[in-house]
Ligand binder design. Structure first.
Ligand code: SAH
Length: 340
């Protein structure tokens, strides 16, 4: 089955040319797809014969709302979508003063194995297609009636472990005839896959790269994040430096604060040392409790932040949204799998 929604306009135009269609079909169909058409029959300006042909040849992905939870505290909405093959993924809509932000998943599950993360507990089932990543933005917008201005790739999955599909998604969501979301309104979060960071850098995308650091030394990081066992903190920071030098974009470092594991003053000093001479920014995240994990949230977030700032490192504490609806990474999908 041809997946039209994962195609760029250039690829679509080849497809329609082969069908003997006039060239204006390309953008007609592109717009329908990106506006969230739920069937080919909806595409009222296409001839009936063409619609029938597309129905036979093409896959049109329309995720179904399997569960939807709305936070009473702050209006955050969490969607659990059922994909065409029955797999489920999560998307979160967060309302900020600067606009609505959607947090999208890039894979069904994850292979990275971070010990504090609910998304990785069952491993990776499969990669999402570009269309399935895009669908999360399109259909969150359609279901909620809210316009989305920012995207964070911080949902289930490791985006750089699905490199080609994620890049294609970025091209599509950025397209002026599609959702037209600017690269500067997109953040991509990675556990730190060095080869892929080096592959991303020369593309010069204006998005914000977030690196999940979570520790200031190899001993702690390898304990929390298996990915660190093959490539340590030193080489990772070198890759980050190269990324900044190539793109001119400051990196944002994520640091989930875990009680007694990575929250000491000595570790704050070490973290400041790592970031020396590099214009980065640290985002301290209060750890979200995951039922399956013995790790607990740190009680030293403010002290840690102040200690970093004393070293001249800018650090912000991430505001927690949707605490009443399992809004963090992978929690709702996990619960759903366990209930079945
Ligand atoms: N795989 C990517 C993106 C997905 S996770 C990555 O690793 O960056 C998005 C962010 O949430 C990452 O920084 C991740 O480490 C963090 N995270 C995962 N589980 C968490 C938890 N229980 N508490 C706080 N942050 C968590």
């Amino acid at each position: 089955m041809t997946d039209l929604k994962s195609m760029t306009p250039e690829e679509l135009s080849v497809y329609f040319k082969e069908l003997g269609q006039p060239s204006f079909r390309t953008m007609q169909v592109f717009r329908w797809l990106h506006q969230g058409a739920r069937s080919f029959d909806e595409m009222s300006n296409l001839p009936k014969a063409l619609r029938e042909r597309l129905k036979e040849d093409c896959l049109l992905t329309v995720p179904e709302v399997e569960r939807k939870q709305v936070s009473k505290e702050d209006g955050t909405i969490k969607y659990l979508w059922r994909l065409f093959d029955g797999n489920c993924i999560e998307t979160v809509l967060m309302r900020y003063k600067h606009g609505n932000t959607v947090c999208v998943s890039s894979q069904v599950g994850c292979n990275m194995g971070c010990v504090f993360c609910a998304s990785t507990l069952g491993g990776k089932v499969r990669d999402l297609t570009p269309a399935e990543i895009l669908d999360q933005v399109i259909f969150t917008q359609q279901d909620s009636g809210e316009t989305i201005s920012n995207i964070v790739m911080m949902g289930i999955g490791e985006p750089l472990d699905n490199f080609d599909n994620v890049l294609r998604f970025l091209t599509l969501v950025n397209h002026p005839d599609g959702l037209n979301i600017g690269m500067r309104h997109i953040s991509l979060s990675t556990c730190g896959l060095i080869k892929q960071i080096d592959k991303l850098a020369p593309l010069g995308l204006q998005l914000t790269l977030s690196v999940s650091l979570h520790a200031s030394n190899d001993e702690t990081r390898s304990r929390l994040m298996p990915v660190n066992r093959s490539v340590g903190v030193g080489p990772l920071m070198e890759a980050c430096r190269r990324y900044f030098e190539t793109t001119g974009r400051r990196i944002s470092y994520e640091y989930a604060m875990i009680d007694g594991v990575n929250d000491s003053d000595a570790q704050a000093d070490q973290l400041a040392q790592l970031l020396q001479g590099q214009p980065g920014h640290v985002n301290l995240i209060p750890l979200n409790d995951v039922a399956e994990s013995p790790l607990k949230p740190s009680r030293r977030v403010r002290q840690f932040q102040q200690r970093l700032e004393r070293h001249g490192v800018t650090a912000t504490v991430r505001r927690k949204l949707g605490g009443d609806i399992d809004a963090s990474c992978g929690q709702l999908r996990r619960k759903h799998i366990q209930q079945q």
